[in-house]
Design a binder for this molecule. Sequence first.
Ligand code: UDP
Length: 339
Amino acid sequence: MRVLLAGGAGYIGAHTAVALIEAGHEAVVLDDLSNSSAVAVERVGRITGTTVPLVIGDAAEDAVVAAAFDDHGPFDAIVHLAAFKAVGESTQKPLEYYANNLGTTYALLRVGIARGIRSFLFSSTGTVYSDPADLPFTETSTTSIDLSNAYSKSKRMNEVVLEDVARVNPALSVTSLRYFNPVGAHPSGLIGEDPTGIPNNLMPYVARVAVGSLERVGIFGDDYDTPDGTGQRDYIHVVDLAAGHVAALENAQPGYDVFNLGTGSPVSVLELIAAFERASGRELPREVLPRRAGDVAATYCDPAKAQAELHWQATRTIDDACRDSWNWQSQNPAGYASA
Ligand code: UDP
């Protein structure tokens, strides 16, 4: 397959590009580099021994997407990972988040369908599930649009759009992949997560503490109703997540479908910090802070559907993720800017 990866210079996109190429497919990246780096795309080329074309532009503009098809198409599939993803920021900039996160989908679908793509994969999120009584979440668990932030709402809104578009394009395969918490890095240490500014997410924050660029990990609450009182998440190694995209494309069926991509095993904040201490051999200073607004005690999935229908399952552990994250962070203490 020849695949257009919108947002392919980002964290998940770069790992997905590697996975696609290693599985024998061709990848072309379209990215506006607003929260990503061209260095990542060069390094995907280095890892895979290829040159990966990079089209720099806004995937929300039809003309940009059409030019990518003109210059690098035809494409069999579009993988859409081009979105703003900072949860906190999204509550301050809802219009920017809705415009970008839906506008990219509209343009990619309009142009992609006109140019005859067979499949469309969408980066969704496990935060669309709204009822903790449903844990572990399956694809039929209750979803809501009434979520705590514009980022998550924009993802659920996209799913509604995709389901309707699939209905009137019955030959097209449209798949939403509901990611749980992506962590880790490629084992080469050449690509990894490179957040701008102070990381909001736990794993990159812990990695910065381990390299010494941040002082201590703040634990957002230790009085949750969980085994050790800290929040539990379903951390999925980004290399497993990338493999999930390849599996979804290779097993794509006409119509709309949804798959959870997670491990199914909850890991607490304290367990993640302990795993990173083992991986890095460093003691990580920490302090307990108040709960973060909008956080839930626990979220994790039942990944059985992806296993049954995509023949995919996560195989990497939290220790693998911490080792690879530490390898990436210690080789690139300032991310791609270290290059
Ligand atoms: N968390 C924390 N300190 C941080 C960042 C996150 O204790 O500096 C906790 C957070 O409360 C949650 C877990 O770590 O229980 C994962 O948070 P993250 O932001 O990585 O993912 P999300 O909340 O989006 O699942």
